[in-house]
Design a binder for this molecule. Sequence first.
Ligand code: ARG
Length: 459
Amino acid sequence: MAQLWGGRFTKETDKLVYAFNASISFDQKFYEQDIRGSLAHVAMLGRQGIITEEEMNAITEGLKGILADVKEGRLSITSEYEDIHSFVEAVLTERIGDAGKKLHTGRSRNDQVALDMKLFVRDEIDEIDGLLLELLRRLYTLMEEHTGTVMPGFTHLQKAQPVTLAHHVGAYFEMFRRDRDRMHDIRRRMNTCPLGAGALAGTTYPLDREYTAELLGFDGPTRNSMDSVSDRDYVIELLSALSTIMMHLSRFCEEIIIWNSNEYRFVEIDDAYSTGSSIMPQKKNPDIAELIRGKTGRVYGALTQMLSTMKGLPLAYNKDMQEDKELTFDAIDTVKGCLALFTGMISTMGFRKDVMKRSAAKGFTNATDAADYLVKNGVPFRDAHGIIGRLVLLCIEKDCSLDELPISEYQAICPVFKEDIYEAISMETCVETRNTIGAPGREAMQQVLAMCREYLQNN
Ligand code: ARG
């Protein structure tokens, strides 16, 4: 058992207590951020004359050596230390002697861990942002390819009006674009440096907090030392944004599962992204989409857990906050994995354009357009709605679509109908004439594609 705080104690820590309290099994994940923070702290201590230049240089070299050795597998982080902070300090002192004992001058593990967590979260935000950007690029390509791929648009999972695959995918482009915005917002709001807050009340050493903040890429130091060591808002914000990403992925996965079903057959998931059944030889299951949908609950769980952990905490630091790590690490790893797999899955997925178009044509998705045809020929909309309703009923009886119904049947119900009704309700017309901003018509879609292209070019 290696601890930083033995002096006041007359008894050894109980073994179970030690294990219960220790965090090295998971906080070793941010050894790199911990050492990065220490390097900045030490550079500042030296610059301020709080330690000598020789001590600063010795500590700096020592820390760099530890970083390289852990990275390259020459030094392993073992559970005999309480946490990553103790490990680094102990190895440093072992390697460079007494100077190592000065590393922690003017610092507490409370501001140290607050810094490590912020550095870690900030790095991960950048990575997730990159994965979202890759997904957006892929979605954009799909949109470009499928501006003419007609499919049914749904409400209540009932066929509603025809849209295009480009338009449908475009809805997800907007969602993941907002997810990126959220990443940027969180990063901007959290980008202040807690180092120098000490245990809770700052320190009497003449620390230059602005300098360490600058060295570590922060916009400046935090403004209140008690808040600095007890703020985990940014973790909650991140978990909330990650939950929203998962919700978006899960909705898309749900659609892919439906589209991939035997009844729909809109898509064909690539063999590399499907799995079989141990008993039913005919099966090709959309397990990856299902797993992503399933893992959404796991990320929501992390958000709920973190909110619950923080809700009753008095200022300032409390050990409860150590619980932030495992769940945040898990949520981040889950989201990164799901984003990468999802991008791979849709990049290799096949779309059956003919099936999609037939499905749109079969479900009376052009009924609104048929009513609009009458309106354009002078029939009030409410009457037109009733007339088309009767025609749909007739089609259901005859098991045909509106396009297949002979003109005589149309005219028997309403003499306003002429031969040009068929042109007016063709799938192509229904889609192509919807050109209000944000609609699926080609013209409207080209405008949106140009905006998406510009967004991707500038990011
Ligand atoms: N392992 C602790 C955490 O993750 C580090 C801070 C410890 N501070 C303390 N006063 N015990 O929060």
